[in-house]
Design a protein around this ligand. Structure first.
Ligand SMILES: [Zn+2]
Length: 366
C-alpha cells in the first residue's frame, strides 16, 4: 500500500507510463467487437431456442394448504379434501412448472432488449449509454445462474414417485416464485397513494405471513456466486456501476481531452482536463481504456455462460416436467371425480385432461 498521496500518484503514473496507448486502444476495440459478436450470438441463440411467447396460467393460491395436507398425510393423519379442493390443489401444484417454463421467456425478452441496446449504443459510439444496459445484463445473467444452481439439484436426483415429487415441486416452486416475482417495493401502496404521501416504510415490500417471502435479495450475493463460473464478473459489475451511477465515471465521460503542461522550475507538472462534448468516438483516458478492455472481455465471457445456463435450465425444466406429469397422472387418477374430460390438463400442455395426463383413465364426470 502506498504511504501517502504522492506515492500513490507515482505508482499510478508508473503504471500508466508502461501502457502502450496504441495497443491499449486496439485491445479495447477488439474486446468491444468480441462483446458485440457474443451478444449478437446470445440474441440469435435466444431466437432459435426460447419461445417469444408463453401463456402463463395462474390459479388462486392454495399451495401452502396443499403442503400442509401433504405433511399431515405423511405423518399418517387422514385428510379428507372435497373434490373441488383437490382439483384446485392439483392445478396449483402444476403452477410451478408453468412458472419454470415462463422464466426463460421473461429472461430472454429482457436480455434481448438490453443486449440490443448495448449493440446499437456501441455502434453509434454512445459508449456510455451501453454501460447501464451491460450492467443490467449481468444482473439478469446472475439471476438465471442462481435459478439453475438452485433448481438443478432439486430436480436431478429426484424419484418421480408422488410423495417426494410434491415436496420437491414445492421447493422448486419457491425458488422460481422468488426469481419471477420478488420485489423490494410495496406495489399496493404505489397504486393506492400519491407518491408524495408514500413514506419509506410504506414503500417497502411487506412479506405476506405464511406465504413464500418474495423480498428481493441483494443482487451482489448472486453476482459473487456467478463469479465461480465467470471469474472477474463482480469486478466488471462494480466498474459498470461506477458509470451507471453519477460517480467519477461521469467526469471521465465528460472529459474530451487532457493537456499535459510543461514541468515548472520546481518539478510540478500541470495536467488540464478539457470538459465538453465530443463526437461519438471512444476517446477514454488511457488508464480507462485498459480497464474497459478488461471489463468488456469479462462480459463477453459472461454471454457464453448465459447460453450454457439457459441450456441447463431447459434440462432442469424437462426433468421437472417429467416429475409433474408423473405426479399429475396419479393425482388425477385419485381425484377423477374432480375433473371433466373437457377440462384443460393441469400440466399446462393446453390439451384436454382426457387426452393428456388423464388419458389412460376412463369414467370422467361429464
Ligand atoms: Zn397433462
Amino acid at each position: 500500500m502506498p504511504k501517502n498521496y504522492n506515492e500513490a500518484k507515482s505508482v499510478l503514473e508508473d503504471a500508466i507510463a508502461k501502457i502502450d496507448p496504441v495497443e491499449a486502444k486496439a485491445d479495447l476495440h477488439d474486446n468491444l467487437n468480441l462483446l458485440k459478436a457474443n451478444l449478437v450470438n446470445v440474441c440469435n441463440w435466444l431466437d432459435r431456442n426460447v419461445p417469444r411467447e408463453y401463456r402463463l396460467r395462474s390459479v388462486s393460491g392454495v399451495l401452502e394448504k396443499q403442503l400442509e395436507v401433504y405433511n399431515r398425510q405423511s405423518a399418517g393423519k387422514p385428510v379428507v379434501l372435497s373434490a373441488l379442493e383437490a382439483r384446485e390443489g392439483i392445478y396449483e401444484q402444476a403452477r410451478t412448472l408453468h412458472q419454470l417454463r415462463a422464466f426463460p421467456v421473461v429472461n430472454s425478452i429482457v436480455v434481448r432488449n438490453f443486449a440490443s441496446d448495448v449493440i446499437s449504443a456501441c455502434e453509434s459510439g454512445r459508449f456510455l449509454a451501453a454501460l447501464p444496459s451491460l450492467r443490467a445484463f449481468i444482473e439478469r445473467a446472475s439471476l438465471l445462474n442462481t435459478l439453475v444452481r438452485e433448481v438443478s439439484p432439486i430436480v436431478s436426483g429426484v424419484d418421480t414417485k408422488k410423495p417426494l415429487a410434491i415436496s420437491a415441486l414445492h421447493k422448486v416452486g419457491e425458488v422460481v416464485a422468488r426469481a419471477l416475482y420478488s420485489t423490494r417495493v410495496n406495489w399496493s401502496s404505489l397504486l393506492e397513494k400519491d407518491p408524495k404521501d408514500i413514506n419509506k416504510k410504506d414503500l417497502k415490500f411487506d412479506p405476506i405471513a405464511g406465504a413464500i417471502d418474495l423480498t428481493a435479495e441483494t443482487i451482489l450475493n448472486q453476482i459473487d456466486k456467478l463469479g465461480n463460473a465467470v471469474p472477474g464478473i463482480r469486478v466488471a459489475y462494480e466498474v459498470l456501476c461506477e458509470f451507471a451511477h453519477p460517480n467519477y465515471g461521469d467526469l471521465i465521460f465528460a472529459t474530451s481531452t487532457y493537456e499535459e503542461g510543461e514541468s515548472d522550475w520546481c518539478g510540478m507538472r500541470v495536467r488540464t482536463r478539457i470538459i465538453g462534448l465530443r463526437v461519438g468516438e471512444i476517446e477514454l483516458p488511457i488508464e480507462y481504456t485498459i480497464v474497459f478492455g478488461k471489463v468488456l472481455k469479462v462480459c463477453a465471457e459472461l454471454s457464453q455462460q448465459f447460453i450454457s445456463d439457459h441450456r441447463a435450465l431447459a434440462k432442469a425444466t424437462a426433468a421437472a416436467e417429467q416429475m409433474v406429469r408423473s405426479y399429475m397422472r396419479s393425482a388425477i387418477k385419485r381425484n377423477r371425480d374432480a375433473f371433466r374430460k373437457s377440462d384443460r390438463c393441469p400440466c399446462g400442455s393446453e390439451k384436454y385432461v382426457g387426452s393428456c395426463c388423464g388419458r389412460l383413465l376412463s369414467g370422467f364426470a361429464r
